[in-house]
Design a protein around this ligand. Structure first.
Ligand code: DGY
Length: 324
């Protein structure tokens, strides 16, 4: 059995494959494999499994080239908007992702962005770096309090729940919007369900934790920014295209919202130029799950799924259970 790995992954993943007696070929780059190289690599029809990452488009064309022997595509990410699951299912190919293991790290990053924007940390850092700080003043870089403020969570999955717990620890109120209300989460965490418009107009902070899908693409655009408070801060650690980035720039420039903390971008890794020059925007290069422990746990889960599927077994993180 042989796996194609579309770019460098944590060493642990390679060790686990070797221990399981599974061969692999690895595209030798830290960055996304160009489509042409991906297609050329899969043409040999040599691979029974593919480890893909969030930027690899797994579609009908690629699957046809990869061949009928492919049994699983293991995405090294919890998000899987890059994979055409229906096309995989039609061919009997299982698709797995890496849920749970990155929820805490991603919520940590969302909360880091929330604090950094609320307290204008990067502006302060730059003031010092540029030798422009002349000392403490009563009115310098005044930010926003967290206590008793409302955090609106859009997408109350595992990462959304972790975010809610962090906010509650900071004495914030938490409201949420989700495809379906979650009464158990409401009882456990004391959070309140609101429709999207209510959430946007009531929240002081809005944090996105929903997957990207046709239904959530540009979920936040002109109309939604108009509903938000002028003092509101938006945080995105989900997928860039959930926000219409041009409209975000306009909302920030017009003072319709106060700040944005972004870990993901609509045209990643290309960043809408203006975002780099708006002072109350904190930008991170898609670091949500970027801790050694979390990335190791993610690759462990991906390899476990491959080992299971290649032994004709299923696992909890197979997204298209109908293939078994
Ligand atoms: C994911 O897993 O979907 C993140 O965006 C990358 O870790």
């Amino acid at each position: 059995m042989k796996v194609f790995i579309s770019r460098q992954i944590p060493n642990l993943g390679l060790k686990l494959l070797e221990n399981a007696g599974i061969e692999y070929d690895l595209y030798p780059s830290d960055y996304a494999i160009p489509r042409t190289d991906f297609i050329a690599s899969l043409k040999s029809n040599n691979y029974h499994a593919i480890i893909s990452t969030l930027s690899d488009k797994i579609d009908a064309e690629l699957l046809d080239i990869a061949g009928k022997q492919v049994k699983i595509v293991a995405n090294f990410a919890v998000g899987y908007a890059n994979i055409d699951i229906d096309e995989c299912s039609k061919r009997g190919i299982a698709v797995s992702n890496t849920p749970d293991v990155l929820s805490a790290a991603t919520a940590d990053m969302a909360f880091t962005l929330l604090l950094a924007t609320a307290r204008r940390l990067i502006e302060g850092h730059e003031l010092i770096q540029n030798d422009a700080w002349q000392g403490w003043t009563p009115t310098q870089l005044l930010g926003q309090d967290l206590k008793q403020k409302t955090l609106g969570i859009i997408g109350m999955g595992r990462i959304g729940e972790e975010m809610a717990k962090r906010a509650l620890g900071f004495n914030m109120k938490v409201v949420y919007h989700n495809r379906k209300p979650k009464p158990q989460t409401e009882a456990e965490l004391k959070v309140k369900y609101l429709n999207l418009n209510e959430l946007l107009s009531e929240s002081d902070f809005v944090s996105l934790h929903c997957p990207l899908s046709p239904a959530t693409k540009h979920l936040i655009g002109k109309k939604e920014f108009e509903l938000m408070k002028n003092t509101a801060i938006i945080i995105n650690t989900a997928r860039g295209a959930v926000i219409n980035e041009q409209e975000l720039v306009a909302a920030l420039k017009q003072g319709q919202i106060w700040a944005a903390g972004l870990d993901v971008f609509e045209f990643e890794p290309k960043i809408t130029e203006e975002l780099k020059h708006i002072p109350n925007v904190v930008l991170a290069p898609h670091l949500g799950s970027a801790t050694q422990g979390t990335r190791d746990a993610m690759i462990e889960l991906a390899v476990e799924s491959i080992i299971a599927v290649l032994s004709n077994k299923t696992t909890a993180n197979i997204l298209n259970k109908e293939v078994f």
